[in-house]
Design a protein around this ligand. Structure first.
Ligand code: NAI
Ligand code: A1CAB
Length: 269
């Protein structure tokens, strides 16, 4: 059984740990976590998921087959310097860090198998939409292992490394856009007299229903939209307000800014 070490034990690391441990992709005793500080955080992950904490002698790093980097982009250089004396020369690396290139890891940790991925926090419940790219050194066995881990937390698409900036803008950050839309829908529904509980349930079911229609009917979204929109009806009136509010333009700007920020984070690291 392969041993995996998480460098950085924040919210994304927890989302992935929850997904892989709860779906049995790895035995918790083969998963190790380390952080810059905050022993309480590590103890809490240990209690919740049965994972182990990397000890002061860093034995787990010496024995690791895969090291997963889940720090903020600004901390990645420190993290690489911290672990470099201990990391097994054969260990592969999987990064989930926004923007930071495979080349940056090769510069910091030497040429070794390196995968760069972009999951999202829905990994917690096995529903991540992830992208992944590889360097030349990742062999078929390690690729299968990493794809298996990413598949245990949701779906995964293999893409060119440069496209990970767009994946980050779309599905990495995507859950936040959806939650923001839910906040707006909820506020508007409450304003029109619904209770928060009723509004929340109706919104969740509407999102789930629309997502399932897209997935199962394979009908184009524009066609599905037309099916909802009766001429002179309520939907038409609502959609007109979105058009007037430049909804599509705002979405294009949102993805554009997020993609550009991913590139910036990479350049800054
Ligand atoms: N939160 C999200 O929705 C997603 C985040 N990501 C990426 O995941 C990464 C982590 O994000 P979050 O978990 O949200 O951040 P976070 O701030 O919750 O976690 C980062 C962790 O890294 C630790 N750390 C910092 N320096 C370290 C070092 N030298 N050695 C070991 N640990 C160190 C910190 O103590 C902290 O616990 C980011 O690079 C982000 O781009 C990717 C996909 C989605
Ligand atoms: O906001 C961020 O930078 C990270 C990357 C994707 C989601 N959260």
């Amino acid at each position: 059984m392969k041993k995996v070490v998480f460098v950085g034990a924040g919210s994304m690391a927890e989302a992935i740990i929850a997904g892989i441990v709860e779906r049995g992709a790895l035995e918790p005793q083969n998963v190790f976590v380390m952080n810059k500080s905050d022993d309480e955080r590590l103890t809490s992950l240990q209690t919740k998921y049965g994972v182990s904490i990397v000890c002061a002698q860093k034995e787990a790093l010496k024995n690791a087959n895969l090291v997963i980097f889940a720090t903020k982009p600004k901390d990645v250089h420190h993290a690489m310097t911290d672990i470099m004396p201990y990391i097994n020369e054969k260990a592969a690396v999987l990064s989930v860090i926004a923007g930071v290139s495979i080349q940056t890891f090769e510069n910091g940790l030497g040429t070794r198998p390196i995968a760069r991925s972009m999951p999202n926090t829905s990994a917690t419940i096995g529903k991540s939409a992830s992208g992944v790219a590889w360097n030349q050194s990742v062999d078929t066995t390690m690729k299968k292992f990493i794809l298996g881990l990413l598949e245990s937390i949701g779906i995964v698409k293999e893409v060119e490394e440069d496209d990970l900036h767009a994946v980050t803008a779309l599905s990495g950050s995507g859950p936040a856009y959806v939650y923001y839309m839910v906040e707006a829908l909820e506020e508007a529904a409450i304003d029109k007299g619904l209770t928060k509980d009723v509004a929340r349930e109706l919104i969740i079911q509407t999102l789930e229903g629309a997502a399932a229609m897209l997935k199962h009917t394979k009908i184009e979204p524009a066609e599905l939209r037309k099916n909802v929109t009766s001429p002179g009806g309520t939907t038409e009136a609502g959609l007109k307000a979105l058009e007037t509010g430049l909804f599509k333009e705002a979405i294009a700007e949102c993805i554009g800014k997020a993609e550009a920020r991913s590139r910036e984070l990479g350049a800054l690291s």
